[in-house]
Every structure is written in structure tokens, then in C-alpha cells.
Design a binder for this molecule. Structure first.
Ligand SMILES: CC(C)(COP(=O)(O)OP(=O)(O)OC[C@H]1O[C@@H](n2cnc3c(N)ncnc32)[C@H](O)[C@@H]1OP(=O)(O)O)[C@@H](O)C(=O)NCCC(=O)NCCS
Length: 182
């Protein structure tokens, strides 16, 4: 896991981010092809934002501290408590800021937030085998490869195989009160 001071910070995604977010997603369409589908219009954005209403999914912009520029987004999705205490990460760079290490730092911050503030025990990332940039990010962050999930996610009109990569909370870890005692 990264220990150096981060150039970025996480900002919860809000309705006020709509125009900036949609414009950056439109500018990133080449980068996302068959990998990621994100809202590009006001209508799509508002519908998409409803997924964050009940706290099961959390959405963040990764902003460069020095400039305030949004370099990308990261979601902590499908938070399940009980005996699982886990979630899965979804993330995408915005093309104008890609390839500068901001995503690695932003995802590191999301992992830290997941383990410390949300007190999750497990975070996973599901990545298509050909997505070398995403595989490089999780490897840099110390995720471990757990196996191939055939036909795992429906993206761009096809069920696509994904590799499952995961990381569990380092010790010492303070559990969420929802974790059963035994
Ligand atoms: C996957 C994705 C988020 C990775 O974003 P990224 O911009 O490549 O990631 P980073 O910001 O961490 O950039 C890493 C690159 O920046 C380089 N870099 C440049 N300056 C750097 C710096 N100061 N610090 C660290 N890395 C730096 C690194 O060398 C690295 O390049 P390399 O992998 O060729 O060695 C992006 O490719 C993307 O959005 N893809 C489409 C959507 C997607 O696939 N999402 C994930 C689905 S699982």
C-alpha cells in the first residue's frame, strides 16, 4: 500500500458535480470502451446518483489537491455487512488526467477510507484480463489475485470475464459493530 503523501483527495460525489462529471466522462469515451459505462447526460447522471441514496454504494471524485481538478472517480459499491463486511471498487480515470499516478493514489485513499472509516474487512476489484492499466493499479496497491470469474459483468452488450483481485484489512483493524461477535 502507498505510504507517501498523496497528491489527491476524495470528495463525495454530489448533484452539484453533474456538469463537470458528464463533460469529463464524454471526454473519456475512448478510454472506457467496453470497460466502463458512466453517465454522460444530466438525466443519466441524476438516475445514477440514486444508487448512493441508501449508503450501500459510495461515490467519490478524485481531486488533485493543488489544482482542484477532477482526475477520476472511485466507488465503493455493494457494501455488505454481517459476516462479510466487504465491498467492491469501481473506478475510472478522466482522460485529461490519466497516466499520472492520480488513480493509484485515489484508489489507495478509497481503500484506506474503506478499512478505517467504513470499517470494511475486504475490498475487491473485478477486472477484465485485457485491462492492463487497471491490473497495474491493483498490483501496485498490493491486491492479490483470487481467480477468474467467467461472464461476470454485463458491459457494452456482452457478459465479460473478469479477474477477481482483493485486499483484506491490515492489523490492527477495528470491526464495525455490525460484525457478529462469534
Ligand atoms: C484503469 C485506469 C483507472 C487506470 O488509470 P491510470 O491513469 O492509468 O492510473 P494512474 O493514474 O495510477 O497512472 C498510472 C501510470 O501513470 C504513470 N505515472 C506518471 N507519473 C506518475 C507519478 N507521479 N506517480 C505515479 N505514477 C505516475 C505510471 O508510471 C503509470 O504508468 P504505467 O502503468 O504505464 O507504468 C484507467 O486506465 C481507466 O479509467 N480505464 C478505463 C476504465 C476502467 O478500466 N476502469 C477500471 C475497471 S476494473
Amino acid at each position: 500500500m502507498l505510504t507517501m503523501p498523496s497528491r489527491v483527495e476524495l470528495r463525495p460525489l454530489t448533484l452539484a458535480d453533474q456538469d463537470e462529471f458528464c463533460a469529463l466522462v464524454r471526454a473519456s469515451s475512448e478510454l472506457y470502451r467496453s470497460r466502463m459505462q458512466l453517465p454522460t447526460t444530466a438525466e443519466e447522471f441524476q438516475a445514477w446518483m440514486r444508487r448512493f441514496d441508501d449508503g450501500v454504494n459510495r461515490g467519490f471524485l478524485i481531486r488533485v489537491r493543488e489544482t482542484g481538478v477532477a482526475a477520476g472517480m472511485v466507488n465503493i459499491n455493494s457494501i455488505i455487512r454481517g459476516r462479510y463486511q466487504g465491498a467492491s471498487l469501481g473506478y475510472a480515470a478522466f482522460a485529461p488526467s490519466a497516466g499520472r499516478g492520480y488513480m493509484t493514489e485515489g484508489i489507495a485513499a478509497a481503500v484506506q477510507h474503506g478499512f478505517t472509516d467504513l470499517r470494511l474487512h475486504r475490498l475487491e476489484a473485478n477486472i477484465q484480463p485485457a485491462n492492463k492499466a487497471s491490473l497495474a493499479v491493483v498490483q501496485r496497491l498490493g491486491f492479490r489475485y483470487e481467480g477468474l470469474s467467467p461472464a461476470y459483468l454485463y458491459i457494452d452488450g456482452e457478459w465479460r470475464d473478469h479477474e477477481r483481485w482483493a485486499v483484506t484489512a491490515p492489523d490492527p483493524w477495528t470491526p464495525d459493530p455490525s460484525l457478529p461477535e462469534v
